[in-house]
Design a protein around this ligand. Structure first.
Ligand code: 13P
Ligand code: SF4
Length: 358
């Protein structure tokens, strides 16, 4: 196995609904009625700048049904910053970047976690909350980074680089996390790499995040060849064109973008750090060089202060999670995310080491 070997679209581990533990509930009435309109009016206020009034009657019955069912199931919805505005603003209990969601999964008192995000995020929640029922509304919500490497690949890397510690981005399967020394997210990758006190590390699977961390540290980073299919498509040329049109515009890029893109940006950070940058600096015009829903979600929260200029790219995996699928999850309690206990114990240790760094 070589560093160049990329295997995409490996099937994610999945499981059916937990048999017999929870009754399947009947489908609620999903008609748009004056009662639904009243019950959801305060939520529409939050999204009115990004969801047109004609669309709200399609979302609102689901929003009400999901919020009612969360109480019945003692469930929380953890939504990544890339979830659509109706999920992010109207049914999520907790929103954030990968690190924030991982931390909050561990501290939640709910019995059930519904993951508004992709499969590796649901697995991370399960690792940190093994006693909870963790559901993913669509288990095909994968990630090109997580699909780019297997546990066997990590073992081959270790054999090729004996004694070199392995850092895995959380965008990996539990099987991969079980084979590494420590995990990181986009918000703490530099800190994790430097915490190891070594001259070189193996870093997987994102080659662009690796390059962006390499630019900030003397530790030599040996990178796997994976890439995010959303962020690898941005180019420095398109951003320079945007800047030429408006030299005052702020360009903010996720560190999964190619190095040349980050180099022409004003700021780079995790999705949460990008949101904080906009809220703190209140730029008049900004380009969020990342997944498209981010701009909608920040626009809804900042209500007109900042103008969000495209380009952006959609993550097809994140977009698999929809209100109807979240409702189905809560009705049927599927699909439950289960992890082989032998893998889970070692994978949890890698995630926990990252969390313990603070
Ligand atoms: P964040 O941890 O920055 O939210 O990134 C997760 C991700 O998948 C970005 O593509
Ligand atoms: Fe994976 Fe990229 Fe989608 Fe994030 S945006 S979930 S890294 S494919």
């Amino acid at each position: 196995m070589t560093l160049e070997s990329l295997v995409l679209d490996r099937p994610a581990s999945k499981a059916a609904a937990p048999a017999g533990r929870y009754p399947v509930l009947p489908r609620p009435d999903l008609t748009w009625t004056p009662e639904v309109e009243r019950a959801t009016a305060h939520l529409y206020e939050k999204v009115k700048t990004v969801i047109p009034p004609v669309e709200w009657p399609f979302h609102a019955p689901y929003v009400k049904a999901i919020n009612d069912l969360k109480k019945v199931r003692n469930a929380v919805i953890l939504a990544h910053n890339y979830q659509t505005p109706e999920i992010y603003n109207c049914v999520a209990d907790v929103v954030g970047d990968s690190l924030q969601l991982a931390r909050l999964a561990a501290s939640s008192k709910a019995d059930v976690i519904v993951q508004g995000g992709v499969h590796f995020m649901a697995e991370t929640s399960k690792l940190l909350s093994p006693e909870k029922t963790v559901l993913i509304p669509d288990s095909n919500a994968g990630c090109s980074l997580a699909a780019s490497i297997t546990g066997a690949d990590v073992r081959a890397l270790r054999a090729a680089y004996p004694g070199v510690p392995v850092v895995a981005y959380v965008n990996t399967s539990a099987e991969v996390k079980a084979e590494v020394d420590i995990c990181c997210t986009s918000s703490n990758a530099l800190k994790v790499v430097e915490s190891l006190g070594v001259d070189r590390v193996l870093f997987l699977p994102d080659r662009f995040l690796a390059q962006n961390v390499q630019a900030q540290t003397k530790v030599q980073i040996i990178a796997w060849t994976g890439a995010c299919e959303v962020h690898e498509r941005f180019t420095a040329e398109e951003l320079l064109r945007v800047r030429a049109d408006d030299p005052s515009i702020k360009i903010i890029a996720h560190p999964e973008c190619p190095r040349e893109v980050v180099e022409v940006s004003d700021f780079s950070g995790s999705t949460a750090a990008m949101i904080d940058y906009v809220k703190l600096n209140k730029p008049a015009r900004v380009v969020l060089v990342t997944e498209c829903s981010m701009a909608d979600n920040v626009a809804a929260e900042t209500q007109g202060v900042t103008e969000f200029v495209r380009p952006c790219n959609l993550c097809p995996h994140m977009k698999r999670i929809t209100l109807p699928k979240i409702l189905d999850s809560l009705l049927t309690m599927g699909e439950e995310v289960l992890i082989d206990p032998a893998i889970a114990e070692r994978a949890r240790a890698s995630v926990q080491r990252m969390i313990d760094l603070g």
